[in-house]
Design a protein around this ligand. Structure first.
Ligand SMILES: Cc1ncc(COP(=O)(O)O)c(C=O)c1O
Length: 416
């Protein structure tokens, strides 16, 4: 069997062992070795450029995780970084008061994102989803929340409930993507007390196949929310500035009341946004307090403005869609050739290779072998998260990745 030899990740392991004594768990959240394949993936990276990563042992990879989403152009995109250096050097970025870039970015977002009339800028996706819920509760004077998708690590929505009093999440109810019936049932019971329905407009539930909206699903969720007087919030932290410049709401033609954006907006610099209808957003002025020392720092605003400028100038998303759709067709072609239970879901900018579940658990072994082969060959896809395409993935990068996928599937065919 044509098995690719294991990588040398000894320096990663050494740093990880040191980290275990310095940081609880060594590294945080979804960056732990168990979130990839223990012993196969690097744990510490050294540098990156374009779509290529180098780990601390000197192994090189073509990356399909894009920093978990923010890298829409490429790593170390000179034009963005130069604009940021210039700002830091010529003017400074951490001030006692706000700089004008806030207004420039809010205007730009209003021009691009259908629901946007006013915006608030924060740092992380979790900041933004939490702020959007607080705004919806303040605007409606209601308490309950219906949610669909991952919305970050804050008390009201995180999966692991350790350390959180139950009163912080007991008014939050979950429904699954494309299950209008579940939302209908929840709202039949709680509708009159519901402040918000928050959902990802495109289905990317953690660790699961991706889902495009079934006909009528997005229109239906909006209708149900509004029938009960609830605010519809689209969590576009992953889809914003990746599916279209106006987010998935523009792509699918359904406009929510509020929306949150993050990740791709500034090509890696930390900034997130709550944006939406003035009437709803104004609750943030009169009824609640949203503020944090670093929220107004301008380096991320400069990075966002420059990233958007490049994306518009170079039709970046057209390029990403075209490359992504072609790549998906090619991947489907090799999957059909080997027929080992691999499944491809998603859309050009973000897609996922999973393995069809079976009672024997063989799909887990296949998944492990498949992703092990890919990482050993230098292609950073991961078993528990979908892939992203960036502007700097070239057709050659994708052709080489396709070849590696072909070989990894051939390996599975022979083994199973
Ligand atoms: C859809 C969605 N919402 C919210 C978040 C939370 O964002 P952050 O990790 O920046 O807090 C994420 C992060 O992956 C996300 O994918």
């Amino acid at each position: 069997m044509n098995e690719t030899p294991k990588l040398n990740i000894s320096k990663s392991v050494e740093l990880y062992e040191e980290a275990l004594d310095l940081v609880p768990g060594g590294v945080l959240g979804a960056r732990k070795p168990g979130d990839f394949i223990n012993g196969e993936y690097p744990i510490f990276l050294d540098k990156a450029k374009g779509c290529h990563l180098t780990d601390v042992d000197g192994n090189e990879f073509t990356d399909f995780l894009c920093g978990y989403g923010p890298i829409i152009l490429g790593y170390r995109e000179d034009e963005v970084d130069d604009a940021v250096y210039k700002q830091i050097h010529d003017k400074g970025f951490c001030f006692t008061l706000t700089q004008k870039y806030q207004n420039l970015l809010a205007k730009k977002i209003r021009e691009l994102v259908p629901c946007s009339e006013m915006s608030i800028f924060l740092k992380t996706g979790s900041d933004a989803t939490t702020a959007s819920i607080r705004i919806a509760r303040a605007h409606t004077n209601k308490l309950k929340v219906m949610r669909c998708g991952y919305h970050g690590w804050h008390d009201w929505c995180v999966e692991m409930k350790g350390g959180i009093p139950s009163k912080f999440y007991e008014d939050v109810f979950e429904f699954e993507y494309n299950r209008l019936d579940q939302l209908e049932d929840l709202m039949a019971e709680h509708g009159s007390e519901t402040a918000a329905v928050i959902m990802t407009p495109f289905g990317h539930p953690n660790h699961q196949e991706m889902q495009i909206p079934a006909p009528g699903f997005l229109e239906g969720t909006k209708k149900i929310a509004h029938k009960h007087g609830a605010i519809l919030i689209y969590d576009e932290i992953r889809t914003g500035f990746r599916v279209s410049m106006g987010g998935a709401q523009k792509y699918y033609g359904v406009t929510p009341d509020l929306s949150v954006l993050g990740k791709a907006i500034a090509n890696g610099y930390p900034i997130s946004v709550v944006t939406g209808k003035k009437e709803v957003m104004m609750a943030a002025d009169s009824k609640l307090f949203i503020s944090s020392t670093f929220f107004p720092n301008s380096e991320a605003f400069i990075a966002a403005l420059k990233t958007i400028e490049i994306m518009e100038r170079e039709n970046v998303l057209e390029d990403i869609w075209e490359k992504g759709e072609t790549f998906m067709k090619q991947i489907q072609g090799v999957m059909d050739k080997y027929d080992v239970g691999a499944k491809l879901t998603g859309i050009g900018p973000m897609f996922y290779i999973t393995f069809t579940k079976d009672d024997t658990g063989a799909y887990k072994r296949k998944r492990k072998d498949f992703y092990t082969q890919l990482i050993r060959k230098g292609f950073f896809f991961t078993p528990f998260h979908h892939a992203y395409i960036s502007y700097r993935h070239t057709k050659k990068d994708l052709a080489l990745a396709l070849n590696a996928i072909d070989q990894a599937l051939a390996f599975l065919k022979e083994k199973y």
